[in-house]
Ligand binder design. Structure first.
Ligand code: GAR
Length: 194
């Protein structure tokens, strides 16, 4: 049985990416990471892929005439690597309606809040200023409206009175790492009957 061929898109530290790469190294995990695309030359994720020996491509928007040619290059890389599914893991560029339409149903994102609460940026500072008692993370299908696609799974985190942005971010990341590999596993099992 063939494993699902996955690309990860990343811009930052790449901790979710590393967890997915580790999960995909397991013999019976139904997905395999065949490509990492990073848009940020300063991303720590670029260094972290090295030990996994996964094809990694830096596609820096600043080096392209416009967003269209940037996305065209990404589509070319996805095609030559025969990618079937995309996981956004801290990818901070907004993908166009055209791009998302092509991949709809086969592109998911992880977001550090319990959507529909706190779409966009600074999720933890907003949760703290609202005195929320609970936050968490969500995995959703990517649609043309940012952070508004159908939710697949969520994981909750209690906010304590002592939490600050750093502590909350660390607590939510632990849940993100667990949830992302579980969700990818379930999706890949369905898609491949692995
Ligand atoms: C994660 O918390 C992820 O949920 C968030 O960026 C962080 C990336 O961390 N994504 C978004 O905010 C997307 N809107 P990582 O690079 O260590 O995985």
């Amino acid at each position: 049985m063939e494993k699902l061929r996955v690309a990860i898109f990343v811009s930052g530290k790449g901790s979710n990416m590393v967890e997915l790469l580790k999960a995909c190294q397991q013999k019976h995990y139904p997905a395999t990471i065949k490509l990492v695309i990073c848009d940020n030359p300063k991303s720590l994720a670029l260094k972290k892929t090295k030990k996994f020996k996964v094809p990694t491509e830096l596609v820096n928007l600043n080096r392209y005439q416009n967003r269209n040619s940037f996305e065209k290059e990404i589509l070319r890389l996805l095609a030559i690597n025969k990618i079937e599914f995309i996981c956004l893991a801290g990818f901070m560029k907004i993908l166009s309606h055209d791009f998302v339409s092509k991949w709809y149903g086969n592109i998911i994102n992880i977001h550090p809040s319990l959507l529909p609460k706190y779409p966009g940026l600074k999720t933890h500072s907003r949760a703290l200023s609202d005195n929320s008692k609970i936050t968490g993370c969500s995995i959703h299908f990517v649609s043309s409206t940012v952070d508004k696609g159908p939710i697949i799974a969520q994981s909750k985190v209690n906010i304590s009175v002592n939490d600050n942005i750093e502590s909350l971010s660390a607590k939510v990341l632990i849940k993100e790492h667990l949830l992302y590999k579980e969700v990818l596993k379930s999706i890949a099992e369905i898609k491949t009957k692995y």
